[in-house]
Design a protein around this ligand. Structure first.
Ligand code: CO
Ligand code: CO
Length: 324
C-alpha cells in the first residue's frame, strides 16, 4: 500500500500542514492563523457480537485520530457497507445508535453519511476536527529526554482472537470492549500546557509499529521498559496459550530492522508489544517534568492503566530499544 501511495503525484501547498508523507494519524490543513482543519476516515468489519458496542467502538476508533493530532472533533459522517438481506434492521439501528452516542460523547455532531450494498458489514466514520495551527501534535515532535506515556493497556488483539474461539469469559470480553470504546480524548488542561511534544494512537501496527513511526518521524531512539508497559492480564494468559493473532508476527517483522531487544525481555511481553489494537491508547512523548502529572490526569479521566513506559534516549535514525 505504501508503495502504491508513494507513486501518486506529490502535493505541496503552503497550507497543507500534515499530508500523506509522514504516516501520521490524520491530514491537517490551515484555514487561518488560528484554525487548522483535521480530517480522517476509518471503518472496519465487526469485532464484537453486540451491534451497539460495535458502533461505539468503530466511532471511538475513527474519532481517535483527531485526538492524536491534538484536535477537537466537530463533525462526523457515517460510512456503512451493508446488505439489508443479511443484517437485521434493529441490529443496524443499534450500530448507528452506538456511533452517534460516541460522537455526542466527543462533543461532535453527526451531519451525514453514505451507505453501499455489501455482503460484508463494515461501519465507521469520516471525522472533521480543528486544532490551532501552532498546537498540532504529530509523531515527529519527540525530543531527546522526553518521557513516553501509554494511556491504555495492550492486548485487545489477543482477546479478540480468544473471543472468536469462544475462549474468553463474558467479563473479559466486556473489559476489552470497554477499553476499545473509550475515547482517546486528551484533557484540555494537558493540551493547553504545551508539554506534549508528540502523539500517536496505537492501532493496527501495534505498540512497536506505531512507536517506530514516532521514532522515525522524530529521528530519535525510543527506549521502552517492557515491564512498565500496561498489559491486560487475560491477554497475557491467552498469549501464553499461543493465541497470538497472525497480525502480531507481521507487525514484528515490519519493525525487525529497527528493533533492539535486550536479552532479559520476556518473549510474551514482546508478543503483546506487537499486538494489533483497535482504538488502543495514545502514545505520547512529553516533557519529563510534566509526565507524572499527565499520567494522573489521564487516570482521573478514567484511563486507569496510563503509565510512563519509557523515554526518548538519543537522536538516531528511528530505533526502538526494548529493555526488561
Ligand atoms: Co492513528
Ligand atoms: Co486511522
Amino acid at each position: 500500500m505504501e508503495e502504491i501511495l508513494a507513486a501518486l503525484p506529490r502535493q505541496q501547498h503552503p497550507d497543507l500542514l500534515v499530508g500523506m508523507e509522514t504516516a501520521d494519524d490524520a491530514g491537517v490543513y490551515r484555514l487561518s492563523s488560528e484554525i487548522a482543519l483535521i480530517q480522517t476516515v476509518d471503518f472496519f468489519t465487526p469485532i464484537v457480537n453486540d451491534p451497539y458496542l460495535f458502533g461505539q467502538i468503530a466511532a471511538a476508533n475513527a474519532l481517535s485520530d483527531v485526538y492524536a493530532m491534538g484536535g477537537r472533533p466537530l463533525t462526523a459522517m457515517n460510512i456503512l457497507c451493508v446488505s439489508l438481506k443479511m443484517v437485521a434492521k434493529e441490529d443496524l439501528a443499534a450500530i448507528l445508535r452506538g456511533g452517534i452516542d460516541k460522537i455526542h460523547e466527543a462533543g461532535a455532531l453527526l451531519v451525514g453519511g453514505h451507505s453501499v450494498e455489501d455482503q460484508e458489514l463494515k461501519y465507521g466514520l469520516s471525522v472533521t476536527g480543528i486544532v490551532h495551527p501552532d498546537r498540532i501534535l504529530t509523531n515527529a515532535g519527540a525530543q531527546v529526554g522526553d518521557s513516553l506515556i501509554l494511556t491504555k493497556p495492550l492486548g485487545t488483539g489477543v482477546l479478540a482472537t480468544a473471543s472468536k474461539g469462544r475462549l474468553a469469559s463474558p467479563a473479559v470480553e466486556q473489559q476489552a470492549a470497554d477499553l476499545m470504546r473509550t475515547l482517546n480524548r486528551i484533557p484540555d488542561d494537558v493540551l493547553a500546557s504545551g508539554t506534549i511534544h508528540a502523539a500517536t494512537d496505537i492501532t493496527g501496527f501495534g505498540f512497536l509499529g506505531h512507536a517506530l513511526e514516532m521514532a522515525k518521524g522524530s529521528q530519535v531512539v525510543l527506549t521502552v521498559f517492557a515491564s512498565q508497559v500496561p498489559v491486560l492480564a487475560a491477554a497475557l494468559e491467552f498469549a501464553a496459550m499461543g493465541l497470538i493473532p497472525a497480525g502480531s508476527f507481521a507487525n514484528r517483522r515490519f519493525c525487525e530492522h529497527h528493533l533492539q531487544v535486550s536479552s532479559g525481555v520476556k518473549p510474551l511481553l514482546l508478543d503483546l508489544l506487537s499486538d494489533t489494537q483497535t482504538n488502543g491508547g495514545l502514545l505520547l512523548a512529553v516533557a519529563p517534568a510534566a509526565a507524572p502529572h499527565i499520567v494522573r490526569r489521564f487516570q482521573e479521566e478514567g484511563l486507569a492503566a496510563t503509565a510512563i513506559v519509557g523515554a526518548v534516549t538519543a537522536p538516531g535514525p528511528g530505533v526502538i530499544r526494548v529493555e526488561p
